[in-house]
Design a protein around this ligand. Structure first.
Ligand code: DQA
Length: 156
């Protein structure tokens, strides 16, 4: 049940390309958890934290940009795993900067232990923080960190 004292917080979770294949895709790197299971985990964590969690996955850069624009006035925070667009997309970085909604970046794998091209994130500079390397738990930790930020830093 929602507590009357807490302001209503909505968080948009964005999943980028190829994350729809989680569970089948390179399980040695990304584990056996499916995207559906991650979304269920986040909804359950959202209930505990008393925040509304909505999720979008797309393999298309422009769809992710549109979803970021649509978050204006709807979501107070964004949790994003931009997948490979992390390392390539100035457009997603610019969209996040434009809407200026507090954003946490997450990755299942530790991108700094992997190929050099994964070491740079265009998202990191416009995010309040990044969690990388804890598998599906990165998402839960990211949501907790984002809500902590919104309640203790941003929302008074
Ligand atoms: C990823 C890491 C990226 O480098 C990769 O392109 C992905 C998934 C991760 O969650 O570990 O698609 O974002």
């Amino acid at each position: 049940m929602l507590s009357a004292q807490l302001p209503l917080v909505s968080v948009l979770v964005l999943h980028g390309p190829n994350l729809n294949l989680l569970g089948q895709r390179e399980p040695g790197i990304y584990g056996s958890v499916t995207l559906g299971e991650i979304n269920s985990l986040l909804k359950a964590e959202g209930q505990k934290l008393q925040v509304k969690v909505s999720t979008v996955q797309s393999n298309h850069e422009g769809v992710l940009v549109d979803a970021i624009h649509a978050a204006r006035g709807e979501s107070q925070g964004i949790l994003i795993n931009a997948g490979a667009y992390t390392h390539t997309s100035v457009a997603i970085r610019d969209a996040l900067a434009a809407v200026n909604i507090p954003t946490v970046e997450v990755h299942l794998s530790n991108i700094y232990q992997r190929e050099a091209f994964r070491h740079h994130s265009y998202i990191a500079a416009v995010a309040i923080g990044q969690i990388s390397g804890f598998g599906a738990e990165s998402y839960r930790l990211g949501l907790q960190a984002l809500v902590h930020y919104l309640r203790n830093v941003k929302i008074s």
